[in-house]
Design a protein around this ligand. Structure first.
Ligand code: FAD
Ligand code: PYC
Length: 420
C-alpha cells in the first residue's frame, strides 16, 4: 500500500548505519503550507493523522494538510497509557470501539509500521459482592454485542496474574474480575509515526509548529484558516484537537458540552517482566501495566479541576502510588521515573462527538476524554468518511452533537471506570 520510497531494504539499513544515518530517508516531509487545500485537519494527534490517512487512502482525496501547533503526537496521543479494549456498555459504543479493535488487529500491516499492538488482555477486578454483580451484568451486555468478555474467579485471576494477592482478608480483597482477552496495549508514539508516515506517502502535508488562530467562514461556509504560518484556503476543516476543542469551537461561537481536565500517569524505573496484562481496579482507583521497556505504567482518575496546563497535582500522583502498592506490595521499593499529564475533553455522557456543525464544511471530532487512544483507527475511519461524504455513517451518527439537544445521551461513565 505504501509507496516504494518508504520500503527499506536490509542493505539500506546497513549502509545507513555506517554513514551515521546522515542519508537516512525521512519518515515524512516537513513542508511549508500551500495556499489552498481540499481538506485541512487541525491537530496531528493519532485521530487527526488517521483521519488524513483514510481521507487519502480510502476516499482518494490527495490535497490534504494536517496542521499542528506543536509536534506530531505531542498531545494526548503521546501521553496516554495505551489501553485498548472494546468492552463498552451501550450498542453505539460497542459498535465503534469494536470496529476500532478490529482495525488495530491489522494496523501494523496496513501501515507497514510496527505499532506494537499486543493483545495481552485487560482485566478489571472487583473488591465487593456488589461490584461483582454489576460486572456480571456488564459482561452479559458486552457479550450480547458479540464482544469477548469473561468473568474470572480469584483462583483464575491468581493463575492469570501470579503477582496479585488474592487473600480474602485484605482491605480490598480480589473477589473476581472481568477480562477482555483481545484487549491490550500498543506503542502510542509508533501509532502517530505510523499514520504520519503513511499519510505522507499519499502526499498529505503534515505541517508542524503551525497553530490555528482563526477560522474564516463566509455565508455560513468555511473558506479558510489563519495560522501562525499565514492564511490557508480550504472548504473543509476537520478539528481534532482533544483538550482544546472548546477553545477552537469558541472561535466560531460554537459552545461544546465539554469539560477539559488534566489526567496524569507515571512510570517507574524499569524492572524485569512481572506483569504481562493490564489490570484496572475501579474501587482502589488505579490501573497498571508493564511497558516493553520494563517500566510499570500507572494511572488513576482525572484531577478535579479544569485546566489547560499539561500537568497534574501531587495528591493524585500520591494516590496512584498508594493504590498500586495496596494491590501489589512488591512494588513498594520501586522508584518513580517520571510523571506527566494531558488535558482530556470529557462530554457529560463520557462519549465522543463526531459531527458536522451548523457551519458548512466544519467538522468536529472530540470528547474522547480519558479513553480515545483505543479508538484511534476507528475514529479516523469514520471521521474521514464524514468529511468526504458530508454525511455521517451508521457508526458515527449516534455521536453527532445533536444528541445533546435530543437527550439521546450514550452514558459510558461506568466503562471509563478508573480514569473517571
Ligand atoms: P491529541 O493527541 O491530543 O492531538 C490533538 C492535537 O491538536 C495536539 O497535538 C495539539 O497540539 C493540537 N492542537 C490543539 N490546538 C491546536 C491549534 N489551535 N492549532 C493546531 N493544533 C492544535 N485513552 C485510551 O484509550 N486508553 C488509555 O489508556 C488512555 N490513557 C490516557 C492517559 C492519560 C494520562 C491521558 C492524558 C489520556 C489517556 N487516554 C487514553 C486518552 C487518549 O490519550 C486521548 O483520548 C487520545 O489520545 C486523543 O487523541 P487525539 O488525536 O484526539 O488528541
Ligand atoms: O479507556 O481504558 C481506558 C483508560 C484506561 C486509563 C485511561 N483510559
Amino acid at each position: 500500500m505504501l509507496e516504494k520510497k518508504q520500503k527499506y531494504s536490509i542493505f539500506s539499513i546497513i549502509k545507513n548505519s555506517f554513514s551515521y544515518h546522515q542519508n537516512w530517508q525521512k519518515a515524512w516531509r516537513n513542508p511549508e503550507p500551500k495556499k489552498n487545500y481540499d481538506v485541512i485537519i487541525v491537530g496531528a494527534g493519532g485521530h487527526g493523522l488517521a483521519s488524513a490517512f483514510y481521507l487519502a487512502s480510502i476516499h482518494g482525496i490527495k490535497n490534504i494538510a494536517v496542521i499542528e501547533k506543536g509536534w506530531l503526537g505531542g498531545g494526548n496521543t503521546g501521553r496516554n497509557t495505551t489501553i485498548i479494549r472494546s468492552n463498552y456498555l451501550w450498542d453505539e459504543s460497542a459498535t465503534i470501539y469494536e470496529y476500532s479493535l478490529k482495525l488495530w488487529e491489522n494496523l501494523s500491516n496496513e501501515l507497514n509500521f510496527n505499532v506494537m499492538f499486543s493483545q495481552r488482555g485487560v482485566l478489571t477486578i472487583a473488591h465487593s459482592e456488589h461490584e461483582l454483580k454489576e460486572m456480571s451484568r456488564r459482561v452479559h451486555a458486552i457479550r450480547l454485542n458479540g464482544i469477548d468478555s469473561e468473568i474470572l474467579n480469584p483462583e483464575q485471576i491468581k493463575k492469570f496474574v501470579p503477582i496479585i494477592d488474592v487473600d480474602q482478608n485484605l482491605r480490598y480483597p480480589v473477589m473476581g474480575g472481568f477480562l477482555q482477552k483481545r484487549g491490550g496495549t500498543a506503542r502510542h508514539d509508533a501509532v502517530a509515526w505510523g499514520y504520519a508516515r503513511a499519510a505522507d506517502s499519499y502526499g498529505v502535508d503534515i505541517i508542524q509548529n503551525c497553530e490555528l488562530y482563526e477560522i474564516i467562514h463566509k455565508n455560513n461556509k468555511i473558506t479558510g484558516v489563519v495560522t501562525s504560518k499565514g492564511k490557508i484556503n480550504t472548504k473543509k476543516l476537520g478539528v481534532v484537537v482533544a483538550g482544546h476543542s472548546s477553545v477552537v469551537a469558541d472561535k466560531v461561537g460554537i459552545k461544546l458540552p465539554i469539560q477539559s481536565r488534566p489526567l496524569q500517569a507515571l512510570v517507574s524505573e524499569p524492572i524485569k517482566p512481572i506483569l504481562d496484562t493490564v489490570i484496572m481496579s475501579n474501587a482502589v482507583h488505579m490501573y497498571i501495566s508493564q511497558s516493553d521497556k520494563g517500566e510499570m505504567v500507572l494511572g488513576a482518575g482525572v484531577d478535579k479541576y479544569n485546566s489547560y496546563g499539561q500537568k497534574g497535582s501531587f495528591p493524585v500522583t500520591q494516590h496512584m502510588i498508594a493504590s498500586a502498592v495496596e494491590l501489589f506490595p512488591i512494588l513498594s521499593r520501586l522508584r518513580m521515573l517520571r510523571h506527566w499529564g494531558g488535558i482530556v475533553d470529557t462530554c457529560p455522557d463520557a462519549s465522543p462527538i463526531i459531527s458536522k456543525t451548523e457551519i458548512e464544511g466544519l467538522y468536529f471530532n472530540c470528547g474522547w476524554g480519558t479513553g480515545g487512544f483505543k479508538a484511534t483507527p476507528g475514529s479516523g475511519h469514520v471521521f474521514a468518511d464524514l468529511i468526504a461524504k458530508d454525511k455521517p455513517n451508521s457508526i458515527s451518527k449516534p455521536f453527532s452533537i445533536e444528541r445533546f439537544e435530543k437527550g439521546k445521551l450514550i452514558d459510558e461513565h461506568g466503562a471509563a471506570g478508573v480514569a473517571h
